[in-house]
Structures are given as structure tokens and as C-alpha cells.
Design a protein around this ligand. Sequence first.
Ligand code: SN0
Length: 314
Amino acid sequence: MKQFLSINDVPDPVSLVKEAMAIKANPYAASHLGKNKTLGLLFFNASLRTRMSTQRAAQNLGMHTMVLNMDKDGWQLEFEDGSVMNNSSQEHIREAAAVVSQYCDIIGIRTFPSLVNREQDYSERVINGFVNHASVPVVSLESATLHPLQSLADWITVEEHKKTIRPKVVLSWAPHPKALPQAVANSFVQWMKAAPYELVVTHPKGYELAEPFSNGVTVEYDQNKAFEKADFIYAKNWSSYTDYGKILSEDSAWTITEEKMALTNNAAFMHCLPVRRNVVVADSVLDKGNSLVIQQAENRIFSAQAVLKAILER
Ligand code: SN0
């Protein structure tokens, strides 16, 4: 694998899921593969799971890691070519990416969208700036529009816990007080379309995902109906794509409660975390045995490790 920005960089997603599960069973089998290799992790935004699980994945492969919180400790980067940098931007992506490439063998980037400028966000200006000007592979740690390491971990989790060959997986929008990226939802849909599962997406009107993601996906606007016969409920808030970055609803009728879960086929509950308790999901759903949120977070190690391993082996 030469980079990991989306599922499109993965030649065979089914094999990658199997590989991640094999790594989980035997996490130190390739503990010398990363000897004398360094993974650089650049965070333009907050992170708990991605930061720690990706460092753990690198450690399991014998790699070193360097972490830089770009938002707090880095220079403010300029992405436009030819710009006169007499304003707030302090360093151009051309120098930054070239320099980091000399210190690191793989660069991971976390960069959230502005949720103001849709065209710029969906052009993936930041992560593509690194791809274009770095001389080493780039891994997405959640970009403006996608979160592929999360989706891979989610697929592993469904695979581990499914009770039927083709489970029904429902992505449900849920309310949230803050405008959030579409990245987790976009990416989840992209990966689940490649998985051998039945996928249904449910959200209020106005929360339709961008075309490349929503294409070919069953959308059921009635959440209760969507939940019927569901084996997995994957909750996530996202802000509107069409009315870009806007919160169109905070309707608590969409909160995932035990009553909602009772409509399903005894479904497992999933969320990428961090989750706002009693806004997105009721305490009682998170605190009983059917929640897989902690297992999903554990699988972030093996999703990152499978990806790093495939890049080291390229
Ligand atoms: C991010 C998102 O993309 O939705 C990261 C998820 C992995 N989530 C948040 O920023 C939540 C912040 C909040 O205020 O709850």
C-alpha cells in the first residue's frame, strides 16, 4: 500500500480486515518490521483514540513515533501556491511537508474540515497538500471528509460480533449540540458498501451525504422503520452537507434509547467515540452488554497496525 487516505487505496479491503484480525491474534509477529523507521503524527485537531492506538500500532511493529500538535505547537501553514505570506500563515506546505519527510518514514495527518467552505473541505486541501509535497507515504488520521482507520476498525468489530452471514447494519444520525464533520459517516458508508452486509442509512431530511457516498445506499427517513431487524446500530451525528455545516435539527426523538434499540433484532450499539451521553445515546444503551464502543476503540490498534504494516511492506 503506498498511502492510506481512503478505501480506494486498499487493493482488497476484505483481505485487509482478515489481516487486521490475524494481527490482533498475534500482535508482535512483525515486531521487527519497523526497526529504525519513524512514524510522524501531525494533529491539527484533538484526538484520544487515534493518537494512542496509532502509536501503539507503531510500537507493536517496532517503529518509533513522533507526535506534533500542529494546532498548538506548529507554525500556521499556507497551502496556496504563489501567495504573499504577509498575513497569519507562517510556513508553506511545500517546506513543511518536505522537511517532515526527512524526519519520518510515514506521516499521519489529522485535519478536520472548516464546515464553512464546502469546496475547500471536499478538495482535502490539507491532507492533499502533504501528499503532493511529502516524499513519504501519508496516512489519514481523519481528514476533512473521511476517517478510514475508524471505518476499518468498525468493519473488524462487525465481523467479530455478527451472528448471521449478512447482518443488517444501520447508520443512524443522532442529535448533537455542535456542528460535526461528515467524515465518519462518509467513510463508514464507503467501507460498508464494500462489506458483505446490508446497509441502511437513516437521518432527518437535509442530512443527505454527498453523492459519491450516498450513491447506491438505501436511505430510510423513518428511524423506527430503519431499526426493524437491525443487527448493528451505528450512531453518529454529522452536520448538513447540502446546507453546508449547518445544524438543521437537534430533535431528541433521534437519540438512541433503549426503547429505540428494542425495535431492532437485539442489535449491538456502535459509535466511534467520543460520544455525548444522553444527547446522542442514552446512558442505559452504553452501559449494557450490547454496546461495542470499547471493542471498536480496541480495534483501532489493529486497523492502524494492518495499514502501517502494509505500507512498510510496500
Ligand atoms: C469528531 C467527528 O468527526 O465527529 C471526531 C470523531 C472521531 N468528533 C468530534 O469532534 C466530537 C466533538 C464534540 O464536541 O463532541
